[in-house]
Write a protein that binds this ligand. Structure first.
Ligand code: IMP
Ligand code: MG
Length: 195
C-alpha cells in the first residue's frame, strides 16, 4: 500500500465479490431487455465507460457479463489537476455514435455531484437508444444529506460511501493512485506523489 494512503475503505476482495454480483445482475437484465425487444429493432448492447476513472471497473465488470456487447468509450474530465471538487464536466472527444436503437449501459467509477453522468446521459439520450441504464461502482452520500448538483437516475450501485475523497481501483488524485487495488482515503496533505 502506498505510504500516502491513510486507510482502506473497501478492500480488493470485497470489490471483486460485488463487481461479480453486479455483472451477473446487469447481464441478466440486458439479456431480458434484448429478448423482449421487438424483432428487428437493431438491438445490441453497448457499454459506454467514462474514461479515465471507469477503466478498472469496466475491465472487471465485463468479464462477468457473458453476453454479446460492444464498448464505446467517452472521455470526460471533471477534476482537472489536483482539485478535489467537481468543477463541472467537459467531454473530451466524442460520444460514441450509432447508439440509436441500442441497449446502452453507461459505466462510471463514482457518482458525486452528478454533473458527469448527467451530461453523458443527456447526450446519449439525444441519440434515442432503445434503453439506457447507468452503473457506478461508488455513490457518495453527500454530507448532511445534501442534494447533488444534478440528480441522476442510477440503476446499479456497487457501494454507497461517505462524502470523502477516495482513490484507487481507477479513481485518481492528480492522475495518481488509479492502480491501487482497493478504494482508499488519502492521508491529508498527500501530494499525489508527483514531481
Ligand atoms: P461528478 O461529476 O461530480 O459526479 O464526479 C464524477 C467524476 O469525478 C467521477 O467520474 C470521478 O472521475 C471524479 N470523482 C468524483 N469523486 C471522486 C473522488 O472521491 N475521488 C476521485 N475522483 C472522483
Ligand atoms: Mg471519472
Amino acid at each position: 500500500m502506498h505510504p500516502e494512503i491513510d486507510r482502506i475503505l473497501i478492500d480488493g476482495p470485497r470489490i471483486a465479490a460485488r463487481v461479480r454480483e453486479m455483472g451477473a445482475q446487469i447481464a441478466a437484465d440486458l439479456e431480458a431487455e434484448c429478448r423482449n425487444a421487438a424483432a428487428g429493432d437493431g438491438g445490441g448492447v453497448v457499454l459506454v465507460p467514462i474514461l479515465t476513472g471507469a477503466i478498472v471497473f469496466v475491465a472487471d465488470l465485463i468479464r462477468h457479463m457473458p453476453l454479446k456487447m460492444r464498448l464505446g468509450v467517452v472521455a470526460v474530465s471533471s477534476y482537472p489537476g489536483r482539485s478535489m471538487q467537481s468543477k463541472g464536466a467537459a467531454i473530451r472527444g466524442e460520444i460514441p455514435p450509432d447508439l440509436r436503437g441500442k441497449h446502452v449501459l453507461i459505466v462510471d467509477d463514482i457518482l458525486d455531484s452528478g454533473r458527469t453522468l448527467g451530461l453523458v446521459r443527456r447526450l446519449i439520450l439525444e441519440q434515442r437508444p432503445a434503453s439506457l441504464r447507468i452503473a457506478v461502482l461508488l455513490r457518495k452520500i453527500l454530507a448532511g444529506g445534501a442534494a447533488r448538483a444534478e440528480e441522476v437516475p442510477v440503476d446499479y450501485v456497487g457501494f454507497d460511501i461517505p462524502d470523502e475523497f477516495v482513490v484507487g481501483y481507477g479513481l485518481d488524485f492528480d492522475g495518481y493512485f488509479r492502480n491501487e487495488p482497493q478504494i482508499a482515503v488519502l492521508r491529508s496533505g498527500a501530494d499525489g506523489g508527483g514531481a
